[in-house]
Design a protein around this ligand. Structure first.
Ligand SMILES: CC(C)(COP(=O)(O)OP(=O)(O)OC[C@H]1O[C@@H](n2cnc3c(N)ncnc32)[C@H](O)[C@@H]1OP(=O)(O)O)[C@@H](O)C(=O)NCCC(=O)NCCS
Length: 201
């Protein structure tokens, strides 16, 4: 297991469960996607996709290992789970110290600190698995994500595509070294909440 399940709360007090994604979460994943606005789909997938393909569902819910990790957040509502967000990374074959990540928070749960918390937990797991940089592709129009990353001191790698920013987030070995910003504070909290175990092999 990559991550012991975490029961915590969002900035407004809403209880939230954060745990590894498993193949049994396919329906939750599809439901979360259904609740995403057009804009969020555009920002996450760079296109107006109507539904996740079976291949995407299989890839996004496959079992995690050191090289590929997916975590999900859900809010318990009336005995069921309301999918609220997810984050994943895939280690780059070309550089094992770097991984590409993606992050999504369902619109109804945005602006409550969940995006930075999920990314912080993902960063803590990545660091413990020997990853020193997380790279993400962010549309230039995606102000929410770019603002979140600015608060963490992420830098833009110079590329040829002006509409997509390749944003690199360096992961310090000591979480105290994240910036003294609200997002940095959330990352420190994420490291405290995160109790990872090295996976077997
Ligand atoms: C980007 C995203 C993950 C942020 O999730 P979130 O849960 O709203 O983020 P947080 O609540 O942790 O916000 C952290 C900070 O990001 C910035 N931010 C988030 N949403 C913002 C918005 N709509 N406008 C401006 N800044 C915003 C703020 O600085 C915010 O801190 P604050 O609320 O204290 O001001 C979410 O908007 C999302 O899923 N968007 C669609 C998918 C996507 O763009 N993914 C990223 C590409 S991989």
């Amino acid at each position: 297991m990559i991550l012991e399940p975490i029961e915590t709360s969002l900035r407004d007090g809403t209880p939230v469960l954060i745990r590894e994604v498993t193949p049994a979460d396919a329906d939750l994943l599809r439901l979360g996607f259904d609740h995403l606005s057009e804009t969020s789909r555009q920002f996450r997938f760079f296109g107006a996709i109507r539904a996740l393909s079976p291949e995407q569902v299989a890839a996004f819910t496959s079992e995690s290992d050191r090289d590929h990790v997916a975590i999900g957040a859900a809010v318990p509502v009336a005995g069921t789970l309301d999918p609220a967000g997810s984050a994943r990374y895939v280690r780059l074959p070309s550089d094992p110290r770097e991984a590409e990540y993606a992050l999504t928070v369902v619109d109804a749960w945005q602006r409550r600190g969940l995006g930075s918390l999920l990314l912080g937990i993902l960063a803590a797991i990545a660091r413990r698995n020997g990853i020193e940089r997380l790279t993400g592709y962010v549309l230039r129009a995606n102000r929410p994500m770019l603002t979140l990353l600015e608060g963490l001191g992420a830098r833009r790698r110079i590329g040829c595509d002006a509409s997509v920013h390749e944003m690199v987030l360096d992961l310090p070995s000591d979480p105290a070294d994240y910036p003294p910003t609200p997002a940095g504070e959330t990352f420190r909290r994420a490291h405290e909440l995160c109790r990872t175990r090295a996976p077997s092999a």
